[in-house]
Design a protein. Structure first.
Length: 418
């Protein structure tokens, strides 16, 4: 490895357990130049290549795009291991000439010992123990000629020993196993880049159709069986918005929707697009319209959700399935999404009838069956005239119903257009 030259980094020295570590501010360009991936924690080259492959592809590209396009970009610290070379700790510690001697006496000797600089000779081997995808994104952004100027990133250096690779491997797995993904509920509540989260909050805060308790805020994706008020949950609203916004931009992935905040004008456009979808739903399905317009939503909801089953769209699963079918119908017939919704007003909505019973609704146990989602999408697609493999659909339907004979498909409500 060729020397990259000396580098002096402002640092804090600390320890936890039996690790001594140095928290430094490192120029982003130097991170891209000097830091490699954690392939050196394995003796086996195949395992090293496995790490390399896991860092290639879309995620690195997404992070690079975030760095290139977001002025408010921010990362938490990378954890870096270093070996070889000549890293040296330069302690500051001497505040004898300060005018405030009282302040110096209150700081304490141990605290003074933590302040200094970490000197790298340039011959060190450095790799990321935690933050490898961030590192991959940084390297991609630098390769794309992104100029980070004087921007610095917080990094934490630990010492790696070739004789004790398992020690560094254990730290690697500990850091990655204990890191938890941000919960969807937290994203919806706080994210200022995610288009669906921003729009969901706007609906709930500014539109009486979606104000609490019509949308359940403190819930998982599914509605509690005891709830007789809300149409759906905020997580389900987020998922529906994701489906229709992906349709709007013509993308199969939601990356641009989640990571790059649109302009205020564009956000207004997304909000208006979603509102037209829900307005069409309220027009096509009177029960939904009654709930949206009601000042006493419990009086409406208890009629359409309960032990009796109720209305398809008063279940998160049903709302999600209907949205999928409406999008497919709009694409197939080259319609606007609101027009597709209006044409689908003819589909049945009683969960206790075909095609829902024994597919997503268990009448004996009076509960939803989430495993039937894919089959229901195919059944509804067939019923509204979308191209369908009828042989496979009959077989899947028969298997779900538990019959040895070929199941008769539900009646069509719209004619297939060849």
């Amino acid at each position: 490895m060729n020397s990259n030259g000396e580098l002096l980094l402002p640092a804090l020295r600390g320890h936890i357990g039996d690790w001594v570590y140095y928290t430094c501010l490192m120029p982003i360009s130097e991170i891209a130049l000097r830091v490699d991936y954690a392939k050196d924690i394995h003796n086996d080259k195949a395992l090293s290549r496995l790490i390399q492959r896991s860092l290639e592809g879309e995620r690195a590209e997404h992070i690079a795009s975030y760095l290139e396009r977001t002025t408010e970009r921010f990362f938490n610290s990378l954890v870096l291991a270093t070996y070889d070379g000549h890293p040296e700790w330069l302690e500051v510690g001497n505040f004898g000439k300060t005018s405030d001697q009282g302040l110096v006496s209150r700081i304490g000797e141990q605290a003074l010992d933590t302040l200094g600089f970490l000197s790298l000779s340039g011959d060190e081997k450095i790799f990321a123990v935690d933050g490898q995808h961030r590192l991959a994104g940084i390297k991609r952004a630098i390769a794309d000629q992104t100029d980070f100027g004087i921007e610095r990133l917080s990094v934490i250096f630990i010492a790696h020993s070739e004789a004790k690779r398992e020690r560094t491997r254990r730290l690697f797995t500990t850091l990655n196993k204990t890191a938890k993904a941000v919960k969807k509920r937290d994203i919806i509540a706080l994210d200022e880049d995610d288009t669906m989260a921003i729009t969901a909050r706007r609906f709930i805060e500014t539109n009486s159709w979606f104000s609490s308790p019509k949308i359940l805020i403190e819930a998982s994706e599914n509605i509690p069986s005891t709830n007789r008020v809300s149409l759906t949950t905020i997580s389900n609203l987020y998922d529906v918005l994701k489906q229709i916004f992906k349709h709007r931009i013509g993308k199969k992935t939601d990356t641009s929707l989640r990571f790059f905040r649109p302009s205020e004008k564009e956000l207004d456009g997304y909000y208006a697009y979603a509102l037209k979808f829900f307005e069409a739903m309220a027009e096509a399905f009177p029960a939904v319209g009654q709930l949206f317009g009601s000042t006493e939503p419990a009086r409406v909801t208890q009629l359409h959700r309960g032990e009796h089953g109720g209305h398809l769209l008063f279940r998160p699963l049903g709302l999600n399935v209907f949205t999928s079918v409406a999008i497919a119908f709009a694409k197939h017939h080259e319609l606007s999404l609101p027009e597709a919704v209006r044409q689908l007003a003819v589909i049945p909505t009683d969960l206790n009838a075909r095609p829902y019973r024994d597919v997503i609704w268990d009448n004996d146990r009076q509960r939803m069956m989430l495993t039937g989602k894919r089959l229901l999408i195919e059944l509804l697609s067939y019923m509204v005239g979308l191209p369908t493999d009828r042989v496979k659909l009959r077989a899947s339907y028969a298997k779900t119903l538990g019959t040895e004979f070929e199941a008769r498909l539900p009646n069509r409500v719209l004619t297939e257009i060849e």
